[in-house]
Write a protein that binds this ligand. Structure first.
Ligand SMILES: [Zn+2]
Ligand SMILES: [Zn+2]
Length: 638
């Protein structure tokens, strides 16, 4: 007999019994409480034979684990519906993912939107039939025989990769899938789901293997939560930076030139200038020294830095003068070169070297995505060289700086991840015990003192140093990775980076990599989606649109344009022969913060008729008063 404790009730059971059998009487009640359970840290569902004693905790469907069970079960339901319509389809895998699930199929032709509707229809039919999910166990050989017989080539390959002597299957209705589980008890629990999209996906993500059809979907425990999620997806689609980027003429990617290489158009470039000018001024104010460094370097540098060993597949190689060069994937070795230009006394430290450094990384073409995943991008990079005693002060400065930058751009919620080493595998990390302790303690102290919400991730540090990553939360509650602060115990050793201490001897420096915005390209995507293109005045690509009612006002418009340009305001004049209404509509589509309508009366009074995007029609205002107010608003970065 085994002993199970659940909600302080003690149950005795035969080994091999299932929760389903155990809750025989109160089956319905158990469903309400949970879709599966955790036993001694392992997730078991209502079908898993239980062989050990322990404490059972029911997993509510609303929890992250519960949602994953629900969604993965829905992926089985979808696969069965696909087989109803496409009996020849071959099945690959169907996991739960962050906000839903997918399943990969090999079929004769790509799925169409109408197919998704039909598949969804069948899913509802099968779900309503209320089949039980039945768990089965097969020996590895039986499973191989079975899937081979059925021509399920992908399943066969999966079983071949499983070392265990037995594998489990889950069956509902006519459909059986190779699966570890867990699953919900019955198909009727799957009611609130939606199929979302289809995409091509290589089997095992390998471009030399067959291209499969992946159907994405999502599922929730209630109708309302599904509806809310679908609305959020719609909203995200409207905010898609690729769409807004095109509508506002901010940037483009030209496939003829190459994927993942960004053209910043005048409107996007104007915004980038604002970001860069602000960034440079704030760095100078905080004692950073700005540098420019080359975009290429001989391969020797990258051998010494270790990049050719660890990063080769992402690097672009070129040849000149029978020498091999590399298009830089990172700025760090260059800043090290500048630091090493001469010897530094401890009195000079900390030295902070910053650069808006453009780097190139060879990303797979399949993962490129607008501004968010590119092959050429500019990091707002800096490297801090300091002594052990300065580490904590420097980190505090960086975190304060990051928050200042992000909040100025309108982000006020962050998630901080502190990645430390796995204390049980110390030998796998570079650097001394002391260095790691100093760095991790300082990072944690700073994270605590900052009042930021942080997660400590044991064993998540890379081999050369611990780090803090800051993810900001946007208007839709989505997280975007931006700031990062990372110790490096590798480069200073490889490049022999030292300072002269008070004792007259050389000592290794503490080297910190940091970026606040991350990459300008991705940060720009974040800004666009956060504001849905409706930018605050200080960053808007065009701050003022002048609208003439008739040709008689063109000289006045030109005069105002010159005046505003002199004040550093980004202004454009619409002097087309269009009706005023059409001009206003066009400016509204471009989400321009201020329109100044100029008619006969305005010319006579030297005034402007102001239409503010935020406040609506503000009526006639003296020109000088408007300019003064606008300049103050831009300077305040509100
Ligand atoms: Zn499954
Ligand atoms: Zn670096």
């Amino acid at each position: 007999m085994i002993q199970l404790e659940i909600d302080s009730r003690q149950l005795k059971a035969e080994p091999g019994t299932t929760l389903g059998a155990l809750f025989h009487e109160q089956y319905q009640e158990a469903f309400r409480l949970g879709v599966a359970a955790r036993l001694n840290g392992r997730i078991v569902d209502f079908h898993t034979p239980i062989r050990d004693s322990g404490r059972l905790e029911l997993i509510p469907v609303e929890s992250a684990d519960g949602l994953a069970v629900l969604r993965h079960s829905t992926s089985h339901l979808m696969a069965s519906a696909v087989l109803k319509l496409f009996p020849e389809a071959k099945l690959a895998i169907g996991p739960a993912i962050d906000e839903g699930f997918y399943y990969d199929f090999q079929v004769g032709r790509p799925f169409q939107p109408e197919d998704l509707e039909q598949i969804e229809g069948w899913m509802h039919t099968i779900a309503e039939e209320n089949h039980q999910f039945v768990r089965g166990e097969l020996s590895r050989e039986e499973a191989l025989k079975r899937f081979e017989r059925e021509g399920e080539i992908f399943k066969t390959e999966l079983v071949q990769g499983i070392p265990d002597p037995t594998v489990s299957t889950y069956t509902h209705s006519f459909f059986t899938d190779l699966c570890r589980g867990p699953h919900v008890p019955r198909t009727k629990m799957l009611r609130h789901f939606k199929l979302l999209s289809v995409a091509g996906a290589y089997w095992r993500g390998d471009s030399s293997r067959p291209m499969l059809q992946r159907i994405y979907g999502t599922a929730f425990p209630t109708k309302d939560r599904l509806k809310e999620h679908l609305q959020r997806l719609e909203e995200a689609k409207l905010r898609d930076h690729r769409k807004i980027g095109a509508a506002l003429d901010l940037y483009s990617v030209n496939e003829e030139v190459g994927g993942g290489l960004i053209f910043w158009h005048p409107h996007g470039a104007a915004m980038r200038s604002v970001i860069e000018d602000f960034w440079r001024a704030e760095h100078a104010r905080r004692g950073y020294r700005l540098v420019y460094t080359p975009h290429i370097a001989q391969v020797d540098l990258w051998q010494r830095s270790g990049h050719t060993d660890h990063y080769r597949e992402h690097m672009y190689f070129l040849e000149a003068d029978e020498k091999e060069y590399v298009l830089r994937p990172m700025n760090c070795p260059f800043h090290v070169q500048i630091y090493k230009g001469h010897k530094h006394s401890y009195r000079e430290l900390p030295i902070r070297i910053a650069e808006l450094g453009t780097v190139y990384r060879l990303e797979k073409s399949g993962v490129l995505h607008g501004l968010a995943r590119v092959r050429g991008f500019t990091q707002d990079d800096a490297h801090i060289f300091c002594t052990k005693d300065q580490v904590e002060t420097e980190l505090r400065g960086v975190v304060e700086f990051a928050r200042f930058m992000l909040s100025t751009f309108g982000f006020h919620q962050y998630q901080v991840d502190l990645s430390v080493r796995d204390a049980k595998r110390k030998q796998d990390y570079l650097g001394s015990d002391e260095e790691w302790e100093v760095a991790e303690t300082a990072l944690e102290n700073v994270a605590k003192a900052s009042g930021l919400n942080y997660r400590r991730a044991e064993g998540e540090a890379v081999f050369y140093g611990p780090k803090i990553d800051v993810k900001l939360t946007d208007a839709l509650g989505r997280e975007w990775q931006c700031s990062t602060v990372q110790f490096d115990f590798n480069l200073p050793r490889r490049f022999d980076v030292t300072y002269v201490g008070a004792d007259g001897h050389d000592h290794p420096v503490y080297m910190i990599h940091r970026a606040l915005l991350g990459s300008l390209e991705r940060f720009f995507a974040t800004l666009i989606e956060h504001y849905a293109g409706d930018f605050p005045v200080w960053i808007a690509p065009v701050q003022v649109q002048l609208i003439t009612i008739a040709d008689a006002q063109i000289p006045y418009a030109q005069e105002i344009r010159t005046l505003l340009l002199e004040k550093g305001i980004r202004v454009e004049a619409d002097i087309r022969e269009e009706k005023m209404g059409a001009k206003i509509r066009d400016a509204e589509l471009l989400k321009i913060p201020y329109m100044l309508v100029l008619g006969r009366k305005e010319v006579e009074e030297r005034s402007v008729s102001v239409r503010s995007r935020k406040k609506g029609n503000e009526g006639s205002v003296p020109l000088d008063a408007f300019v003064e107010k606008l300049v103050a608003e831009v300077a305040a970065r509100v």
